[in-house]
Write a protein that binds this ligand. Sequence first.
Ligand SMILES: C[S@@+](CC[C@H](N)C(=O)[O-])C[C@H]1O[C@@H](n2cnc3c(N)ncnc32)[C@H](O)[C@@H]1O
Length: 402
Amino acid sequence: MAEDPPAEDRARSAGAAPGVSPDGELPEGLREAFEHLGRLRFDQFMELALYAPATGFFAVHGGAGRRTGDFMTSPEVGPTFGAVLARHLDELWRRLDRPSPFTVIEGGAGRGALAIAVAAAAPECAPALHWVLVERSAALRDRQGEHLELTGLVGLPEPGGLGAGSPEEGGGPWFTSLAAMPEPSGASITGAVVANELLDNIPTRLLARTATTWQEVMVALGDDGRLREELSEVPPVVAEAFDEVAPAAVQDARAPWQPGAAKWVVDAIDLVERGEVLVFDYADTTASMAARPQDQWLRTYRSHQRGSSPLESAGRQDITVEVALDQLPEPDEVCSQAAWLAANGLDELVARAARRWEERAGVGDLAAMRARSVSTEAAALTDESGLGAFKVLRWAVGPAST
Ligand SMILES: C[S@@+](CC[C@H](N)C(=O)[O-])C[C@H]1O[C@@H](n2cnc3c(N)ncnc32)[C@H](O)[C@@H]1O
C-alpha cells in the first residue's frame, strides 16, 4: 500500500503530484550570477530563484492563495486563523497593560490576508493597533492596498521609533507596508512580531554527509546549460557541529543549515522591548531531517502542485524548506498549530458560528454562509495530517510577556 504523503505536502499544496518537467531557460539574474561567480552556494541560488528583482518566483508571480496562488497557507484558508490570532493578541495587549500603540510587525505578509482577517475580527486592541506588513516582494506589496488602507509611515515616527507614538491616540488600526524589517538596533516595540510560513522561505544552506565528513552543496551551471550539484569543503568547526547534532547521519545524508532563519528570529526578538515573537511553520530537528530523504523536507511547489527538483524551473516554482528547530534560539513555548488554536479559543469561535448558522440558515445571507464556513476552516486548520501539525514557536520578551 502506498504511504500517505507527508503532512506538509497536503497542507501547502492541494493535490501533490510530483514531476513538473524542466522549463529549460535559466532566468537572467541567475545566468549572470553563474557567469560572475562560477558556482553558487545553495542559499545564494535559492535567494535568486525566489527573489531576484525581475525574475524571482515571488518577485514575478508566486504567492499564497486559493484561486490564483501557488500554495495554500492558514490565512488563505479563510478569516478564522486571523480571528484566533486576534484573540491571542487581545490577551497579550491586556497582559501588557493596554499599550498604545500596540505594534504588530508581520514578517512575510504576502498580500495581507492575515492583517485583513485580524482587522475583520475587530479585536479589543484595534484602536491601539499598528500593524506593519513586511513583504519583500513588490508585486505582493502592491496587492496589500487592495483591501487595507495603508498609511505608510506618514504621520508616524520614523522606523527608528516604530512603537513610539501614533498620529491620533486610539484612532487605529493603522496599517503600514514595508519592504524589509526595521533595523533591530533602531526600533523597539511593545507588541509582537508574527510570521506565518516565512522562515521556510528564507534561503537555506545545504550540507551533504560524505564517508568522512560534512560538505556544502554548491550549484554549478554545466556545459549543457543545466544546473548540477557540486560539493565543497566547510570549515572543520561546521562539520563537527553537524556531526554533533546529527550523529547518526549516514553517507549521502543531507541536512539544512539555516543561519538566515536563525538571524531573522534573533533580529525579531531584538525588535521587541515588551511582548513576543510568534512563528507558525513546518519544522523538524536537524537530526530527524538528516535521517529523511532531502525531497521530503526541501520541497518545490507551483500552481498547487509539488514541483520538480529545486535545480529545475528556477524562478518558476516555490522552494521551501522545513525549519530546523534546533538551529533557532530556544523558544519559550512550542506546540502544534492544532493545540495553539484550541488554547486560543477556536472552539468558542466555532460554537458561536454554529449558533449564528442556526439562526440565519433560513435567510441564507452572507452572514449565514460565513458562519457555516467557520467549521470547515477550523477542520482544515487543525487537521493533524496537514496544517494542524505545523509548529507554533513563541519567544516571550520583557516583563508581563508570559
Ligand atoms: C509562504 S509565503 C507566506 C505568505 C503569508 N504569510 C501567508 O501565510 O499566506 C512567504 C512570504 O514571505 C516573503 N518573504 C520571504 N523572505 C522575506 C523577508 N526576509 N522579509 C519579508 N518578506 C519575506 C515572501 O516574499 C513570501 O511572500
